[in-house]
Ligand binder design. Structure first.
Ligand code: SF4
Length: 435
């Protein structure tokens, strides 16, 4: 029987030594890092769901590539190894792929980074998948079984989410998961210049309610009271009532989190049902306080309007995580200090603060490359969202690094963590699924 080994290189990475040392001691940062590190690798579980029954399969989730991981994979004598990794861990994925191939084990690589950099990835793999993996997965498996993998698989059309298979959640094993992942839409109608996820995998698409319900049932078969993290780029991006998604989530009776944009706070049709559907938390991209990024479309507005939207979301019983980007053009140590002061009184029940990062495939990266501002000594492993990778326009990379670290120490220290916990407590008093 042919065997496929799925490998997810997961986990939170920070290269900057001082931030790495202090970061995980900050309660507000450690919590979110732990949540991200524990997320199931939905892309691989979905491909597993498309894999025919005459294949056996296994899944390894690893924070680092180790000898024991190599040995475990080699002992499975797989027909094919499929590796997914984010930009920050792609060099580790390449190293693993090189080592496996030296043992004669075929490797296929896919995901956002590989889609943006297929030539680079091809040097480390027998085959690469560009774009949606589902569209070509059966062909990949057929070719792997016949030992005639093509160098590249690229579907001609975007995958239709109505045909989405049930992810093989049972591959996750017995380890309790703080969160399960489920996708209700893919892509985003906007094109913020720093965002790769919204564009690289094709146009914005939504999943039909029966498919969402089936996946919720599959998750609940494993955990009767799961917490769901929607793996969407921008849920509710299209506006309108979104009844089919909310109906499915309401009937599942689970609590859930997603990412959206501030316009959710001006959408009463969704807002009036959000808490009752089990939603307890949404991450809202508030972006930069000093720079209006291109491609934001209808997201572009004033800070005051976004804060009003945040208040409306929280008045509806759902905690908002305000998501801020530091280091955009125009940023100075003084503007970062203003952000620090703003974060001491802002209304959000939680915050996420990261550095602007020029991921491959983004308009931002193309612009910074044209301007000669990408730092030559920062490889992909620095693309963590917490490491400086380009020359800021108004200060040195070192000044940005220092100001960002000090901002995080304040924004995620005990005082702010306590203040935000109190906002969450008050917000959730209005949430019927939590009271
Ligand atoms: S709104 Fe969010 S998901 Fe959409 S393009 Fe912008 S950053 Fe990406």
């Amino acid at each position: 029987m042919p065997h496929i080994t799925f490998i997810a290189l997961s986990g939170f990475r920070v290269r900057e030594r001082e931030l790495a040392e202090v970061g995980m001691t900050l309660p507000g940062l450690a919590d979110r890092a732990a949540a991200i590190a524990g997320l199931p690798p939905l892309g691989l579980l979905t491909l597993a769901g498309m894999t025919p029954d005459d294949w056996s399969m296994s899944l390894h989730e690893a924070a680092v590539v180790s000898d024991s991981l190599m040995q475990a994979i080699a002992e499975e004598a797989p027909t094919l190894v499929a590796i997914s990794a984010l930009t920050a861990s792609i060099l580790e994925a390449y190293g693993l792929a090189d080592a496996l191939r030296s043992l004669g084990i075929p490797v296929i690589l896919g995901g956002l980074h590989v889609t943006a950099c297929p030539e680079e990835a091809s040097a480390h793999a027998d085959a690469v998948v560009i774009g949606d993996g589902e569209s070509c997965w059966h062909q990949v498996l057929d070719d792997a079984e016949q030992r005639r993998l093509k160098p590249r698989y690229h579907s001609a059309t975007p995958f239709n989410l109505a045909d989405a298979p049930l992810p093989r959640y049972e591959l996750l094993g017995n380890r309790r998961r703080p969160r399960f992942t489920l996708q209700t839409s893919r892509g985003c109608p906007f094109a913020c210049d720093f965002c790769a996820a919204s564009r690289l995998l094709g146009p914005f698409r939504t999943k039909p309610a029966p498919r969402i319900r089936a996946e919720l049932d599959a998750i609940r078969a494993i955990d009767p009271r799961p917490f769901i993290e929607l793996a969407d780029d921008n849920t509710f991006a299209r506006g309108g009532p979104h009844d089919h998604t909310l109906d499915a989530l309401t009937s599942a009776g689970t609590r859930w989190f997603t990412e959206a944009d501030w316009r959710l706070g001006e959408n009463p049709a969704v807002l009036n049902r959000l808490a009752a559907s089990g939603c307890v938390q949404v991450l809202i991209g508030l972006e930069s306080l000093v720079h209006q990024h291109t491609g934001m479309g209808a997201k572009r507005t004033s800070l005051d309007r976004m804060m009003d939207a945040v208040r409306a979301i929280q008045d509806a019983g759902v905690a908002a995580i305000g998501c801020y980007i530091v280091g955009s053009d125009g940023e100075t140590p003084e503007s970062i200090d203003r952000l620090r002061a703003f974060l001491e009184t802002d209304p959000c029940a939680d915050a996420q603060v990261t550095l602007l990062t020029p991921f491959p495939g983004t308009a931002l990266r193309r612009r910074l490359a044209t301007e000669g501002r990408l730092l030559a000594d920062r490889d992909w492993s620095h693309h963590t969202l917490f490491d400086v990778t380009y020359q800021p326009d108004c200060m040195s990379p070192g000044d940005l690094e220092n100001a960002f670290r000090n901002l995080l120490i304040d924004a995620f220290g005990n005082a702010q963590t306590k203040r935000r916990r109190e906002i969450r407590r008050r917000t959730w008093m209005c949430n019927p699924t939590l009271s």
